[in-house]
Design a protein around this ligand. Structure first.
Ligand SMILES: [Zn+2]
Length: 334
């Protein structure tokens, strides 16, 4: 059984017209999962029309979990004092840009970001208590660029880093692995765990020479006690399924087998898709399924299959909806 964590409320975070991290990203995922039969019930977005083409159909449905807002105390597991208050003040003033300029918020954004984080933590609870083996949280805003002291790159809270700390604290788990296959380097997650040997972090992404945020070189391998627990796998522009799978099989899987995580967390971004407007990679929808399948097999070997996956990027709507379906198949949705 796979848990699916999401709510129509995630569309309330709105960075304004023309922003690629847009509310329709959630609508297209909802539409795709309804078309396949993975979700049922009342369609929250009946007016939203978008042609997704042929999709597989499923007989079994996902276990739907409705997020509740996270307690603010969990944010402080990773972010500095005053971090929430800074976002709150911008939201209360009617919205605006946070820090670097590519992370706009509207009045509802803080509430929605806390709801997204809450959903991620509920996904962790569902997996760690054994209710389900795997969970996918279709959330926004995303999280993997947010650093301990600054929001950036459309990201407010470092959802996956908070989730790792939460699992360690609440469930006594010692070794957590995080794999980030969003096309952009997971700089925020890396910043949290760079000096930490209890969390293995791997980011596979378009090479920082040609892609935002300009970090994630192969020589970034962690610091101090965390040296060797950060693995960056930059990929040249134009790489596709074959190159991704080769690098994952030859470089990442052996490291995960050696680390032997107790839980696997995924920063699931789908912007390495060939049709994505923000990057230059050529991964297919089937490629995302194979990547997911390969990582899920690692979890089967070491973590009793426990995987908590959460949405990061993915900006071509059709590709995003279709890729999420493939990701769920890779996690074992059928
Ligand atoms: Zn991305």
């Amino acid at each position: 059984m796979i848990a699916f964590v999401s709510t129509p409320r995630f569309v309330e975070h709105d960075g304004g017209p023309h922003h690629p991290e847009c509310p329709d990203r959630l609508r297209i995922i909802d539409r795709a999962l309804r078309q396949t039969g993975l979700l049922n019930g009342v369609d929250p977005f009946p007016e939203f029309a978008h042609d997704l083409g042929d999709l597989p159909t499923f007989r079994r449905q996902l276990l739907q979990i409705t997020p509740k807002p996270a307690d603010r105390k969990w944010v402080s597991l990773v972010h500095r004092v005053g971090y929430i208050e800074h976002i709150e003040s911008v939201c209360k003033a009617g919205g605006g840009l946070l820090d670097q300029g590519d992370t706009p918020v509207c009045p509802a954004s803080l509430d929605i970001a806390l709801l997204a984080l809450g959903g991620v933590l509920q996904a962790c609870d569902a997996v760690l208590t054994g209710q389900v083996r795997r969970a996918f949280a279709a959330i926004r805003p995303p999280g993997h660029h947010a650093e301990p002291d600054r929001p950036m790159g459309f990201c407010l809270f470092s959802n996956i880093a908070i989730a790792a700390r939460y699992i360690q604290q609440q469930y006594g788990v010692e070794r957590v692995a995080i794999v980030d296959f969003d096309v952009h380097h997971g700089n925020g997650t890396q910043a949290v765990f760079e000096a930490d040997s209890s969390v293995f972090f791997c980011s596979i992404h378009e090479h920082p020479r040609t892609c935002y945020p300009g970090t994630g070189f192969a020589w970034e391998i962690g610091t101090g006690r965390g040296r060797g627990y950060t693995l960056n796998l930059p990929m040249d522009a134009g790489c596709g399924d074959v190159e991704y799978l080769r690098v994952i099989e030859s470089r990442l899987v052996p490291e995960l087998d050696e680390f032997m995580p107790e839980v696997l967390l995924l920063s699931a971004g789908f912007d390495a898709h060939v049709d994505d407007p923000l990057a230059d990679m050529k991964v297919s929808e089937e490629g995302f399924e194979l990547i997911t399948r390969t990582l899920a097999a690692v979890a089967d070997r070491h973590c009793q299959g426990r995987v908590v996956s959460m949405l990061e990027g993915g900006y071509n709507l059709r590709a995003l909806g279709r890729s999420v379906v493939r990701h769920l198949i890779g996690l074992g949705a059928r």
